[in-house]
Design a protein around this ligand. Sequence first.
Ligand code: 5GP
Ligand code: ZN
Length: 143
Amino acid sequence: MTRHGHECVFCRIARGEAEASLVHGDDLVTAFLDINPVTPGHVLVVPRRHVASLGELEDPEAARLMLVGRFVLGALRGGAVRCEGVNLFLADGEAAGQEVSHVHLHVFPRFAGDGFALHGDWSRFPPRAELDALAARLRATLP
Ligand code: 5GP
Ligand code: ZN
């Protein structure tokens, strides 16, 4: 994938050059069905601009990404597909599971027994002092 997204499949979809089943399009973002859905109705919302990381988006693009994510959530909950709940998921960086280096917000329906699971070590409850110290370090770097 080039820096400017010439080979990027999501850029090609956003430009209408690659096939996709579109569910939304506006000046900043486009949304389409994932070709390899976790559950039926799995949508990807992507900025039109080729940007790899959520952190590199302009604020209006990031805001629109979430707004359209919410619209899609509403549509999924509206009855078109089996939907007892919805997950929004965004992998930022290879270590986080990002496979396509063009920002994409996953929005997919959930239902009992759908087989989806996020694995991790959820066993630890750190002491408050440790949490407070870490929160302070993060606060210091937030805009
Ligand atoms: P990631 O693992 O990067 O968070 O998710 C990438 C997602 O993009 C995967 O769910 C994958 O199925 C989807 N995807 C990859 N290539 C294409 C494509 O050409 N068209 C569509 N619609 N989805 C794609
Ligand atoms: Zn791209």
